[in-house]
Design a protein around this ligand. Structure first.
Ligand code: ATP
Length: 887
């Protein structure tokens, strides 16, 4: 017999489970017995393989081979030194990659799915991986079913099982046993399967299979870990790197041939050319991008932005529109009923007086009864309020007036319900009455209630409903920023057979209105201001009334007083995509929209060339989140489905966090750019030095060991420390970066060439001067000047425009430490006599050292001047822009 063929009680018995759930001890025991509820993943790369991977670069292999050959023929000391440097470099790479992988694993763990299960009768939230057979799992709309289960309870539970059956229409589930044999999965309506999506309603089931034993596990017998997606920058760098590698190889060949023509030692020239190639080909750039992004993402978690897809870190800085839900993201989601409208009058709920009045008439007490009963709010054992804040507000106001839900439920037990959904914007509960009949309460958006109500209750009985009067009251309340819900009722002899909303939510008697306030978040106001200086347009999306939305948007600073900026879902529906695109750039508030319409908004903005971040929390938000450039799910109120579709999760559901993440994204991107600027300029300096020397009739300036040392060690540490550079002051005063723009834009390409040339020039000048003045240590001098010039360069490029002195030497301590360490190491190669034979150096005299140090500052000074010019030009541009904008 299959599980779906037998009674739920028997299933429970067979699993040794109870409707109250397992005890924590039993769950623990089963977890160690059956293992985690996870699908098998591809085996991870071992640490050793990760280390070996550091050597897989072709040029490194060539270098090692050449070093070994030259060691056999010539000097073995050289070979050892080169191999030590290559290994050192691999260790640095390995440590970085390991840290990045750790960071990614942590992010993944944080983003893992959780589930609500019953343990000992209490609802607890646990990682889905800890679910065991026999657990009782609660399901609600938006959940991804965490394991295979036999359903025990369903309230209009609908599940979309496309992942298993290919059928995209949701299936309505029930709990009755199905006696047929060999039912296909799609027809087993009393079962819910891992990986399928709850689109509507609620339910409860007992877990029958976990992990690889589930139906999903059977088809995905080996789930390959998701292919790593390359970020746009990585893709571009990879293409660029290939072209550059070719160019470098050509240059190296020239250096090699020129050396031979001058009669240099063949083997030495070969090793020099190969070392130069290793040094100058930026093969590690794409990897460095990943590492910076991963470590950046780890930092962002501390600010409550959890990155699910790594490329998002890079693209965050390009966002031009942030479309955000209102409730809970821009506002606090702490609703409190401020006004009630009943018997044709508004009652303020502040203070006891108002509410006492509320119970005087039968119509008033009916309204409060409805408010108390028609919600899923309540309190947990510790007295905390649970449920949707809108409902909690209604529950609390009723209780304050003496209408306690628990007490009332004894007389009016709930017998059925049609759950709330954002499209219908209302919900209905059915209660048995003491007289034996049934009463239904419907509450929801006021426009819906006006349409579905035919009369309105007064103390003397129902009267004809004047829609205009209700609309007037609604508009008055909405203009004060209140969310207004209407409440209606209907009496039935018995539970209707046809429970469809279209049939049940009709011909209602309206009871009254409740207006509740959800105060804007203070930090959201500031964040909106910040968006504006950063060239980002904040947009509010809400299911609320346009007037409520407008008032709140004004308080937040999203709109001024221009009503053109507000549109309703209905108008939006009427506009074709083209018509809408005409206006989309100016709209700041979308009111009364259904989640599905978010997709239209994203599409229109993207068609207009905008880069869109979109928030969402429900099942129906998923398509828009997927489509957006940055899809953002809510960490607290978000459904599994929305999280699964998102690029980033807000752990605190707060709009301000999005803006912080954008700022962080901009910082990380700028630091990657600085890293590229630093290493590529260094490489360019090394190439120019070796390439140009023969043209000036100079002997080969550096030995292979010098080139490798400069590139792999002195380049490495300060370069990495650039990642710790704090955000520049103006980072949120600049317009967003065009995502299509080249990384070498804004003068980066020219900088790499001219500063590289300068570095080469200074090095060759040192060489020429020292040879001319018969300083026998000229090579050590060139080695030192080139190395220290790069150190000066790294200090100068910490900011794009600001001078190092304004920035402060101590504002990036890791970089300062890397700078000092590199300096000490460089001095060690010169002055520690044991190192002299390895590095082919000689101790410099004090004069020589002084001259080398002096020459090393040239690059620093030149780049500082470049920045000063940029500042000047920038200021002049701003001044003339201001003059231009004056009337
Ligand atoms: P956001 O601003 O984030 O879009 P929202 O709360 O405005 O969220 P929905 O939750 O879709 O959007 O609500 C839409 C409308 O449905 C609300 O304006 C309100 O009138 C009504 N509504 C909200 N919650 C309930 C509820 N629990 N019961 C009945 N009606 C509700």
């Amino acid at each position: 017999m299959q599980t779906y063929q037998i009674d739920a009680e028997e299933v429970l018995k067979a699993l040794d489970a109870s409707p109250q759930g397992l005890t924590p001890e039993e769950a623990e025991r089963r977890l160690s017995l059956y293992g985690a509820n996870e699908l098998a993943e591809k085996k991870k790369r071992s640490l050793f393989m990760m280390f070996l991977d550091q050597f897989k670069d072709f040029m490194i292999i060539v270098l090692i081979a050449a070093a070994v050959i030259s060691g056999i023929i010539g000097e073995p000391a050289d070979t050892i030194a080169i191999i030590v440097i290559v290994v050192l470099n691999a260790v640095i790479g390995f440590v970085q990659e390991y840290r990045a992988e750790k960071a990614m694993a942590m992010l993944k763990k944080m983003a893992a799915q959780t589930a609500s299960v019953l343990r000992n009768g209490e609802i607890v939230h646990i990682p889905s991986a800890h679910i065991v057979p026999g657990d009782i799992v609660l399901l609600e709309a938006g959940n991804i079913v965490p394991a295979d289960m036999r359903l025990l309870e369903t309230a209009r539970l609908m599940i979309e099982e496309a992942a298993l059956t290919g059928e995209s229409m949701p299936v309505e589930k029930h709990t009755m046993p199905l006696h047929e044999e060999h039912l296909p999965l799609g027809d087993r309506k009393n079962m819910a399967y891992k990986g399928t999506i709850v689109t509507y309603g609620r339910g409860k089931g007992v877990v029958t299979a976990i992990g690889m034993k589930t139906e999903l596990g059977k088809i995905a017998s080996l789930l390959q870990e998701g292919e790593e997606v390359k970020t746009p920058l990585q893709k571009r760098l990879a293409v660029f790197g290939k072209k550059l590698a070719l160019a470098v190889l050509v240059i190296c060949t020239v250096v090699f041939v020129a050396g031979l023509l001058r009669g240099e030692d063949r083997l030495l020239m070969l090793l020099t050319a190969i070392s130069l190639a290793v040094a100058a080909i930026p093969e590690a750039l794409p990897a460095v991008v990943t590492i910076s992004l991963a470590l950046g993402a780890k930092k962002m978690v501390k600010q409550n932005a959890l990155i699910r897809k790594l490329p998002a870190v890079e693209t965050l800085g390009s966002v031009t529109y942030i479309c955000s839900d209102k409730t809970g993201t821009l506002t606090m989601n702490k609703m409190a009923v401020e006004e009630i409208w009943v018997d044709g009058a508004v009652i303020k709920t502040a203070g006891e007086e108002g509410l006492k009045q509320g119970t005087e008439t039968s119509s008033r007490s009916m309204l409060l009864t409805a408010l108390a009963l028609s919600n899923d709010a309540g309190e947990d054992a510790a007295g905390r309020h649970i449920g949707d804040p809108t409902e909690v507000a209604l529950y609390l106001v009723a209780r304050k007036a003496g209408f306690d839900k628990k007490m009332l439920e004894k007389d009016f037990p709930r017998v059925a319900e049609i759950p709330f959904d954002s499209d219908r914007k209302c919900m209905t509960t059915f209660h048995r009455t003491p007289e034996g009949g049934v009463i239904s309460f419907t509450k929801g958006a006021i426009d819906v209630l006006i349409e579905t109500s035919s009369d309105i209750l007064h103390p003397d009985g129902p009267r004809w409903l004047d829609p205009e009067e209700v609309q007037r009251v609604n508009e008055k309340m909405s203009a004060d920023g209140l969310r207004v819900l209407g409440i209606g009722m209907k009496k039935w002899d018995r539970l209707p057979d046809d429970m469809s909303p279209g049939h049940v939510e009709r011909g209602l008697t309206m009871l009254g209105l409740a207006g509740m306030m959800d105060p804007p978040r203070e930090e959201a106001r500031e964040a909106v201001g910040l968006c504006k200086t950063a060239g980002i347009k904040p947009v509010m999306i809400t299911g609320d009334h346009p007037l409520t939305a407008t008032t709140i948007a004004q308080r937040l600073g999203i709109i001024d007083n221009d009503s053109k900026e507000v549109i309703t879902g209905r108008e939006l529906d009427r506009l074709s995509l083209e018509e809408f695109e005409e206006r989309v750039n100016d709209i700041r508030v979308y009111a009364r929209v259904a989640p599905e319409q978010k997709l239209k908004i994203v599409k229109a903005l993207q068609d207009k060339g905008q880069f869109v971040a979109m928030t969402g929390d429900g099942v129906n938000d998923a398509p828009a989140l997927k489509r957006a450039d940055i899809g953002i799910a809510m960490g607290i109120t978000g459904t599994d489905v929305s999280k699964e579709a998102s690029h980033m999760i807000l752990l605190d559901d707060n709009f301000a966090t999005i803006v912080k993440a954008v700022k962080e994204g901009r910082r990380i991107f700028e630091n990657i750019r600085k890293f590229i600027k630093y290493t590529m300029t260094s490489n360019s300096g090394e190439i120019w030095t070796l390439f140009l020397a023969p043209f000036f009739g100079l002997p080969i300036p550096l030995l292979p060991i010098h080139i490798l040392w400069i590139n792999l060690v002195t380049d490495g540490l300060p370069g990495l420390a650039l990642a710790a550079e704090p955000a520049e002051k103006g980072v949120m005063q600049r317009p967003p970066r065009d995502p299509k723009e080249s990384i070498f834009a804004h003068g980066l390409g020219t900088h790499i060439i001219w500063v590289g040339l300068l570095m080469g020039g200074v090095s060759l000048f040192t060489q020429a001067w020292a040879i001319k003045t018969e300083h026998s240590h000229w090579q050590t001098m060139v080695f030192t000047v080139l190395c220290l010039s790069q150190m000066g360069h790294v200090l100068a490029i910490r900011s794009e425009t600001e001078s190092l002195f304004a920035q402060g030497l101590f504002s990036n301590k890791p970089l300062l430490a890397a700078f000092l360490l590199t300096f000490i190491l460089q001095m060690a190669t010169i002055y520690v006599s044991a190192l002299n034979p390895i590095f082919k150096t000689e101790p410099l005299t004090l004069d020589e050292l002084a001259i080398a140090l002096l020459l090393s500052t040239v690059v620093f000074i030149a780049v500082e001047i470049e920045k000063a010019v940029k500042r000047r030009l920038g200021k002049r541009r701003m001044d003339s822009a201001q003059r231009g904008s004056r009337p």
